[in-house]
Design a protein around this ligand. Structure first.
Ligand SMILES: [Fe+2]
Length: 153
């Protein structure tokens, strides 16, 4: 098994056991600003895991974490996309599409869950963790070498 698959499996185990996700240097995409943003997103996921087991999707705390994540994801996606535009990253279109998918899917899922008034926020947590871990560990890694070659750190 390659390192990337192992990291994803470790993350998935954490999700099943509902343990906080651990950041390590192996998650680094090589650019400090983006690593800091990813770390902040992982911290938001960890806050969500702390409260999602006992709170409904409608609880104020879940709503506020989700709102913070959605707002911050926009900032993060913009930072990445701006770098991609500046340096003419070849897979920019596919990558932007993934960012758009996130926004659409998150809203859909939230609305879907919201129809069931007692729905726990755990489903949402599972989806978000899965999405972010795949995105950071696979899709974002696709630009690591490219940006490093351009001299970015
Ligand atoms: Fe991305």
């Amino acid at each position: 098994m390659d390192l990337e698959s192992k990291l994803i499996m470790d993350f998935q185990k954490s999700v099943i056991k509902r343990e906080p996700l651990q950041w390590s240097g192996r998650f680094s995409v090589g650019i400090k600003e983006l690593d800091i943003q990813h770390l902040k997103l992982i911290n938001l996921l960890n806050r969500l895991i702390q409260v999602s087991e006992t709170n409904s999707i409608h609880s104020e705390i879940i709503k506020s974490i989700l709102e913070e994540m959605t707002t911050y994801a926009q900032v993060h996606f913009k930072t990445e996309e701006k770098l991609m535009e500046t340096y003419d990253f070849p897979q920019i279109r596919e990558h932007k599409k993934r960012h758009l998918d996130f926004q659409v899917k998150t809203m859909d899922l939230y609305e879907e869950l919201g129809k069931n008034t007692e729905q726990q926020a755990g489903v949402l947590y599972g989806f978000l963790t899965d999405w972010w871990t795949h995105h950071i560990l696979q899709e974002d890694m696709a630009y690591k070498e490219f940006f490093i070659d351009k001299g970015l750190r």
